[in-house]
Design a protein around this ligand. Structure first.
Ligand code: ZN
Length: 500
């Protein structure tokens, strides 16, 4: 096995200019599938949410789902696209076992929405990402390879197919090529997908769960020598299943391509697979071109001609979009641009918003999400939202601190248990007997016990060696667990008749 030494990232961006592009597939949250009445809920016993239309049985005819068309137009409008007054579905012909009809109904040269943009904030600057097109198509089923170690087809003994997903409306959002981002290419890619996800969620058109595949991202990457006017050959990385992976996939593909080019090699146009565990990509199939698909207009469906009055109505009814919403939150929370940027970088906007809604102050919410929880998420290599604490739990924790029932140190201990799945902060406090001992009566008893058990130390302190009191403080802290060290110290000194 040959090993390639990868150049450092800094070297790569000094010598090469990346061009990226993103194709995002979004499963729409309609009640029924794109061309039939089957339900669209995630999961279910395999092959139970199917009918002759989505199984492609002879004689069945598709009927377009109006709710899906409406959702697609709203996405196009939110992305500043022109909405076509005339649009058609097309057959995209290819054979895959998870596609029962042997073709996919998609859109080709007449998509519903074209030529828009999405503004994305990266390090306090706006990067305008051009949107090439937004079109509507249907999802495929799912293949399941069993009997092997990896779940992939290599080494599997059997392959099974589940058509429940086949025919679910899918919107594809394709960016224009994005040049000129240099070293920031990976974070621009991540920022774009994050912003797009937020827009889609705000529109309420999809649950945009990357881990369940309702938002899927393919990342195109190419490198050209710095200063060159010509773009390099691009690869398309598939299976990028989290925001963090979007960033990693671009970065790792830049490093790989640079190593190939440095060695005098040539980049092959192909699809590559991203591996969550190792963070690198491996070669998939060589990339099909449009002519391989033998597109032709779908003869079973009438063209779409959205009425301009309807489009205007949809545009007027768009909700407040995330960038505007965030600006408003920033004002409500009283944050500087820099502080707001930290919140954004941590992916914490919604989490803080929900924590505040659950009854705590913005400052209290921000402290936990940007501090302890961000640190844990980084360590575990997961998104902040997957760190194991919910906004409601964080709000409860901060409330207990505000009420004086937890001090900072105890709160961290409780939070650790929350993240470990031991329950809500109150449940954990009850189960572990954790609470700040602020009741002076109980504290005084503990202090007196510590003095009685350590007469030599007590004598030293009485003689003016105040520093020796530390050992007594330690003993009290140990016996009460939750006491505040400062309070304990002053109590000990006053019981021994010494001025603190
Ligand atoms: Zn069906």
């Amino acid at each position: 096995m040959s090993t390639t030494v990868l150049p450092s990232y800094d070297e790569v961006v000094e010598r090469y200019a990346p061009v990226i592009g993103l194709e995002t597939h979004v499963e729409l949250g309609t009640n029924t599938k794109m061309f039939c009445g089957c339900p669209t809920d995630f999961g279910g016993e395999p092959n139970t949410r199917v009918c002759p239309v989505c199984l492609g049985l002879p004689g069945s005819l598709p009927v377009a789902n109006k709710a899906a068309i409406e959702a697609t137009i709203r996405i196009g409008l939110a992305l500043n696209c022109s909405i076509a007054s005339w649009s058609r579905f097309a057959r995209k012909n290819y054979f895959y076992p998870d596609m029962p009809k042997n073709f996919q109904i998609s859109q080709y040269d007449e998509p519903l929405c074209v030529d828009g943009f999405l503004d994305v904030e990266v390090d306090g600057e706006i990067v305008r990402i051009g949107i090439e097109r937004v079109h509507l198509e249907e999802d495929t089923g799912k293949s399941l390879h069993v009997g092997g170690a990896t779940g992939r087809i290599q080494g599997a003994t059997e392959s099974l197919v589940d058509y429940n997903r086949a025919g679910i409306p899918l919107v594809e959002i394709v960016t224009k090529p994005i040049p000129g981002t240099g070293a920031k290419a990976p974070i621009v890619a991540r920022a774009y997908v994050t912003e797009l996800r937020d827009v889609l969620r705000t529109l309420g058109v999809s649950d945009v769960r990357m881990e369940e595949g309702s938002l899927r991202c393919d990342v195109n990457t190419s490198l050209s020598p710095a200063g060159s006017a010509e773009w390099g050959t691009r690869t398309e990385t598939k299976n990028v299943n989290s925001l963090r992976s979007v960033e990693r996939a671009v970065r790792s593909e830049m490093l790989r391509q640079a190593a190939v080019l440095d060695g005098g090699g040539r980049i092959v146009q192909e699809t590559r697979h991203f591996h969550e565990d190792s963070g690198d990509t491996t070669s998939g199939r060589s990339k099909e071109t449009a002519t391989d698909y033998r597109y032709f207009p779908e003869p079973d469906l009438v063209p779409l001609a959205p009425d301009s009055a309807w489009v205007a109505e949809l545009k007027a009814a768009l909700p407040e979009l995330p960038r505007v919403h965030r600006r408003r939150l920033q004002q409500d929370w009283g944050l500087s641009d820099h502080d707001m940027q930290s919140v954004l970088n941590a992916g914490a906007v919604e989490l803080i918003e929900q924590t505040v809604a659950a009854g705590t102050t913005p400052a209290g919410a921000r402290k936990w999400w940007l501090g302890e929880l961000s640190r844990r998420a980084n360590e575990a290599g997961v998104e902040l939202s997957a760190v194991g604490a919910s906004p409601a739990q964080v709000a409860e924790l901060q409330l207990l601190v505000d009420e004086g029932k937890l001090n900072d140190k105890l709160a961290r201990t409780v939070l650790e248990a929350v993240v470990a799945g031991e329950g809500s902060p109150r449940e954990i406090m009850a189960a572990r007997g954790l609470e700040v001992v602020s009741d002076t009566g109980a504290l005084t008893t503990a202090v007196d016990a510590a003095i009685e058990a350590n007469p030599d130390i007590a004598a030293k302190v009485r003689d003016g060696k105040v520093a020796a009191a530390g050992a007594l403080v330690g003993a009290v802290m140990k016996s009460t667990r939750g006491a505040d060290a400062k309070t304990v110290r002053s109590l000990i000194l006053s019981r021994l008749g010494v001025e603190g």
